[in-house]
Write a protein that binds this ligand. Structure first.
Ligand SMILES: Cc1cc2nc3c(=O)[nH]c(=O)nc-3n(C[C@H](O)[C@H](O)[C@H](O)COP(=O)(O)O)c2cc1C
Ligand code: SF4
Ligand code: SF4
Length: 268
């Protein structure tokens, strides 16, 4: 089975999921690559699209061992009819728990045929110099692994006369999926150090849930914030921070306990 068009659909607030999908595409060697970026709020109100015939790569980060809830309605706009799909999650070196299985099952519900799955590592959203968790990942080795995964997918597709012949895969994970308990974090958000803020507005433009408005100071809707850290990592002056005792406690604990380097895992 040949394919010329590859679509990449992703939710990627801090960009590591997007990086991995791009590297997989390089390994696939597709002539025509189309991006469907589901990161910003407008992705939710876009007209539903049916993805047909092409190969699609679907990617999300792992949040609390699961698919981020924000990504679900956005992905639901991309229905499919037996479209071959590569399912990718990217996690911050702790664990992907049930996220890959959940994403795989959800893609099937939407009409995709998952022909390959992968879990890759990206710099942890909460990483900083005090808690260096997977800093700088994906690195050159991760990107090489992602490219090799792409080449393996190409070989699998080339060996098929029709998509109906594809062996489907089942990634690791448990059902019921890991429970998400946000009770302790529900009303916490990134905040702004006014003295360092130039009111440039970058943070508001890239917030995936539209939680930020710029007035005479930066205002944040702390019930909407999903703590993705996109504003923190992209603020040009370092004015945007997540500096909450409870979040710091959890993030420091994760950093202390999950330093051992984890490697990408792929399933074909
Ligand atoms: C709210 C939240 C929860 C997270 N939960 C996990 C987790 O359970 N396991 C893990 O290893 N990393 C976790 N991470 C880290 C992200 O999965 C990781 O940094 C990923 O590379 C971010 O992807 P992105 O750059 O595409 O946004 C979490 C990050 C956030 C913001
Ligand atoms: S990106 Fe940083 S400097 Fe710009 S408005 Fe937001 S907090 Fe202020
Ligand atoms: S305000 Fe919250 S949701 Fe918006 S970019 Fe910042 S951390 Fe992410």
């Amino acid at each position: 089975m040949d394919f010329e068009i590859v679509k990449l659909a992703y939710f990627s607030p801090t960009g590591t999921t997007r990086q991995i999908l791009k590297a997989v595409t390089e390994g696939l060697g597709a002539a025509n690559v189309e991006h469907i970026d589901l990161t910003l709020p407008q992705a939710e109100t876009q007209a539903p699209t049916e993805i047909r015939d092409e190969l699609i790569l679907l990617g999300v980060p792992v949040y609390e061992g699961r698919v981020p809830t924000t990504a679900i309605p956005r992905l639901s706009q991309l229905k499919a009819d037996k479209t071959p799909a590569v399912i990718v999650v990217v996690y911050g070196n702790r664990n992907f728990d049930d996220a890959l299985l959940e994403f795989h099952d959800f893609a099937k519900e939407l009409g995709y045929l998952p022909i390959a799955c992968g879990a890759f590592i990206g710099e942890h959203s909460f990483a900083n110099e005090d808690r260096p968790l997977a800093i700088g990942r994906p690195d050159a080795d991760d990107l090489k692994a992602a490219q090799e995964f792409g080449a393996q997918i190409r070989a699998k597709m080339n060996g098929l006369d029709s998509i109906n012949e594809a062996s489907l895969i089942k990634p690791p994970g448990n059902k019921p999926y890991r429970e998400i308990d946000r009770s302790g974090l529900a009303d916490r958000s990134a905040v702004t150090k006014d003295e360092d803020c130039t009111l440039c507005g970058d943070c508001a433009l890239l917030c995936p849930v539209g939680a930020i408005t710029i007035e005479d100071t930066v205002k944040t809707d702390n019930m909407a914030c999903i703590l993705c850290n996109a504003c923190v990592k992209n603020c040009p002056t370092g004015a945007r921070v997540v500096d909450d005792p409870m979040i710091n406690k959890i993030a420091n604990w994760v950093s202390r306990n999950f330093q051992a380097r984890r490697e990408p895992q792929t399933f074909l």
